[in-house]
Design a protein around this ligand. Structure first.
Ligand code: NAP
Length: 348
């Protein structure tokens, strides 16, 4: 493994520290990376390079990611690791095997612990906001898990600023452990929600920020400049290709190559270095299918991100402004109205 000196950063205002780069298992371990030996090679190389934060979820490969990563993680000293898992997405057709009800949370945590092979999770995330469960029910269930020692900290993922504000207000009123960490998407291609909505609220409430998809599923590496290579993520997953890829994005990513080359880095490295240097960020969660990708990406920590560099990147991937903010609020209001209509229809 390359000679990288890993940095460890506090998780917001809590006492625990996480490695500045983490490693996750979404769509990889148990899916595109099916062999246990490869999972072992990648996780061991990451751990040797100083990665101690490993991010999993029950839904990743329907539990297989937890099993495969857990098998390797059990070979490392437990106290050196920060292991996370998540709950929310359906795990079967059962009506209660989903969401953030007390029942689903209590049953899911035990299943995750068994699959990973650990007595406790360092971090346990509400994988999305659940509009069908009262927030107090979810917060009380998470608080109970902390008291029982099954989880050390709880967090949220992809919640909005107002949702984070509400849950902190509630936890403070009821004297419950509040969520200590948010896991949002953030990359050069996904700036608006993070910069305008999530980060200001999360930082104000002392939450750590652990970022996902720093390379927009690989798009920012430039691997899709001339088509969709066989076995790459966007060639395998049509739904993701539809949401992530566009000709306009491809054009910008080609321009990005000039900047990266001028500074002597790959696009993957510069894209990761940029998010890792962003204000309030505790850790950037990497996703890799091969050892070489890990080796390349982990070098990002050596790159000093200068003001000049950031200004050049802003010209290709513009900072969100008033128009983006207006769209964000309009989308959120439309969602709220649709939710209200749905619940009114259910009551009729
Ligand atoms: N909380 C949430 O809702 C949420 C959602 C998504 C992800 N996450 C977490 O965040 C982690 C990282 O997300 P992500 O996997 O989407 O990260 P990403 O860095 O945006 O994409 C990773 C993928 O890009 C490709 N890649 C990575 N480095 C490369 C390189 N140097 N050269 C060429 N291709 C490269 C690989 O795919 P191929 O080789 O297959 O092309 C790899 O699996 C996940 O594992 C998960 O733990 C959380």
């Amino acid at each position: 493994m390359a000679d990288v000196s890993m940095r460890y950063r506090p998780l917001g205002r809590s006492g625990v520290k996480v490695s500045a780069l983490g490693l996750g298992g979404w769509t990889t371990f148990g899916e595109s990376v099916a062999g246990q030996e490869t999972v072992k090679d990648i996780l061991c190389a990451a751990f040797d390079a100083g990665v101690t934060f490993f991010d999993i979820a029950d839904a990743y490969a329907k539990g297989e990611s937890e099993r495969m990563m857990g098998k390797v993680l059990s070979e490392f000293p437990r106290h050196e690791l920060v292991i996370s898992s998540k709950v929310f997405f359906p795990m079967s057709d059962d009506v209660n095997d989903r969401g953030l009800s007390r029942k689903h949370i209590m049953e899911s945590v035990d299943r995750s612990l068994r699959r990973i092979g650990t007595d406790y999770l360092d971090l346990y995330f509400c994988h999305r906001f659940d509009p069908n469960t009262p927030i107090e029910e979810t917060a009380r269930a998470m608080d109970d898990l902390v008291h029982r020692g099954k989880i050390l900290y709880w967090g949220t993922s992809e919640w909005t600023g107002p949702q984070l504000r509400n849950v902190h207000r509630l936890c403070s009123k009821l004297n419950l452990h509040p969520p200590r960490v948010e896991q949002p998407q953030y990359s050069l291609l996904a700036r608006t929600k993070f910069e305008l909505d999530v980060r200001p609220t999360a930082v104000k409430h002392g939450m750590g920020l652990l970022l996902w998809s720093p390379l927009a599923s690989g798009l920012l590496t430039g691997k899709y400049d001339d088509g969709f290579p066989k076995d790459s993520r966007l060639s395998r997953l049509a739904w993701l290709r539809k949401s992530e890829f566009s000709e306009e994005r491809r054009e910008r990513i080609r321009r990005f190559e000039d900047v990266a080359r001028r500074y002597g880095h790959s696009r993957a490295q510069l894209a990761i270095a940029w998010v890792a240097a962003a204000r309030g960020v505790s850790s950037v969660i990497l996703g890799v299918t091969r050892l070489e990708q890990l080796r390349e990406n982990i070098e990002a920590l050596k790159i000093p991100v200068t003001k000049e560099m950031s200004a050049e990147l802003d010209r290709i991937f513009p900072k969100p402004g008033f128009t983006e903010y207006a769209h964000l609020v309009a989308r959120r209001n439309a969602r709220r109205v649709r939710g209200k209509l749905r619940s009114l229809r259910r009551k009729q």
